[in-house]
Design a protein around this ligand. Structure first.
Ligand code: CTP
Length: 429
């Protein structure tokens, strides 16, 4: 995922420095070039050799270390970096960065970096809450640093409160968001539905299906990594939702209908990967239904077809993609759904095909549009998600969709560039 990327990890003097060994290892496994810079104080908590062994790169502490291949290593490294993460960041280093002090390898290199810079504070709660630290963090955000909020829990000093360094996966998520994929969806609003709905019979039982949400979550993650603003409307799923998405959890088809239709208008792309119940019990028993000697019949009524409703109400700039799971006549049945629900694309899979369907890590899908059918071979759900989103973008760009996203971008750009002029013309400056 990170092949060809260079990541600088800045480690400062906090006990949480040990977590960065794992982060460095996770990054190396994703094939990126990891360079660890440490402050002198950090070496009291973890030895540079640990990082050198994990990253295969020299871990630099001293700006004037003579054993380097580059003469001005802090500048050379800064030029190559795609992202810098300073974690754990002590109050002292935060203060130095906020005021441009550069008296060691870590602060000098960070000052020389033009790439994205992220800071993860880790310290005692009172130090973190101190107005001086808060002011320094605010200053850093004004200089385009991103600040990762510390976690809450028991700290090294045994106090309980804010100030813990978040876990390695959280830190990695920030790096992935920044550099994992080309940001070809910046400014694009995407709504993805995923998982299974549950239709209550009584307070104990419900009707559902085997969907795990894997495909929908992979789609949401792919769009997020490409820079989109993602809303994930999720039915039942045991998975952890992708970070940096707005998650709306729902239970029934009715709740999904309400959530989706409430947010549909502002979306450029809607992808409906959820397995929605077509029927629900006509009435929900208020108390647990007791068993009797004879057979039981439950009357079912139709739920709303959310996708059909969206197709009938979609605005011309919107791209609507449905999913279709079949066990026979997959192409024929799916094309009928494409037409009936007024979709731009339907992604079909056959439950009976090996490697496709519920709960698997792989899928075998065919992307059907009014013009063509593109069959993808067996691949992971992440790869399938990437291929589906790429195909949506290809069609949308060719059809000049997402103009709204492009306009929003242009307006932001104009306002940022010419804020003074625009405000002056409006008589507000
Ligand atoms: N869908 C929906 N609302 C429903 C039922 C389905 O939005 N009440 C959406 C699903 O999210 C999916 C698509 O419609 O994107 C197709 O779902 P599928 O279950 O394959 O087909 P159905 O339309 O339900 O038709 P059938 O049950 O006859 O196969």
């Amino acid at each position: 995922m990170l092949k060809g990327k260079t990541v600088i990890l800045g480690v400062t003097g906090s006990i949480a420095a040990y977590k960065i060994a794992n982060l460095a290892s996770m990054l190396t496994k994703l094939h990126c070039d990891v360079h660890v810079l440490m402050t002198q104080n950090a070496t009291n908590f973890i030895h540079p050799i640990t990082f050198e062994t994990l990253t295969n790169n020299k871990c630099i502490v001293d700006t004037f270390d003579r054993n380097f291949q580059y003469n001005v290593e802090h500048v050379s490294l800064a030029k190559r970096a795609d992202v810098v993460l300073i974690a754990p960041a002590t109050a002292n280093v935060i203060a130095k960065l906020a005021y441009g002090l550069a008296d060691d390898m870590l602060t000098t290199t960070t000052l020389a970096c033009t790439c994205k810079k992220i800071v993860a504070p880790a310290m005692n709660t009172n130090m973190y809450r101190n107005a001086i630290t808060q002011d320094n963090l605010k200053r850093l955000t004004q200089f385009d640093f991103e600040v990762i909020a510390p976690a809450t829990g028991m700290l090294a000093c045994k106090d309980i409160g804010e100030g813990k360094l978040p876990d390695e996966q959280t830190l990695l998520n920030y790096i992935l968001k920044e550099i994992a994929m080309e940001k070809d969806m910046k400014g694009v609003n995407v709504l993805v539905t995923a998982g299974a709905t549950q239709e209550a019979i009584d307070p104990v039982r419900y009707i559902t299906n085997h969907s795990t949400g894997k495909m929908g979550y992979a789609l949401a993650r792919d769009c997020m990594l490409r820079g989109a603003n993602v809303t994930l409307v999720s039915g039942q799923s045991a998975l952890t939702p992708p970070p940096f998405t707005t998650v709306i959890s729902v239970t029934s088809a009715k709740e999904m209908f309400d959530a989706v239709t409430e947010h549909a208008e502002s979306q450029d792309i809607i992808i409906k990967a959820a397995a929605v119940a077509d029927y629900r019990p006509a009435s929900i028993a208020a108390e647990k239904m007791k068993k009797k000697e004879d057979a039981l019949t439950i009357e079912l009524e139709r739920t709303d077809d959310i996708l059909k409703y969206l197709g009938e109400h979609k605005h011309p700039q919107q791209f609507l993609c449905g999913f279709s799971m079949e066990t026979e006549h997959m192409l024929e049945n799916s094309r009928k759904k494409l037409e009936k629900k007024h979709l731009d694309m339907i992604v079909a899979n056959n439950l009976k095909q090996a490697g496709a369907g519920f709960g698997t890590d792989t899928n075998v899908v065919t992307m059907i549009t009014p013009q063509e059918e593109i069959a993808l071979e067996l691949m992971s759900k992440e790869e399938a998600a990437h291929a589906i989103v790429s195909q949506i973008l290809k069609i949308a760009v060719a059809a000049n969709l997402f103009l709204r996203a492009a306009y929003t971008h242009t307006i932001h750009f104009l306002v940022a560039e010419k804020a003074e002029e625009v405000l002056r013309n409006m008589g507000l400056f």
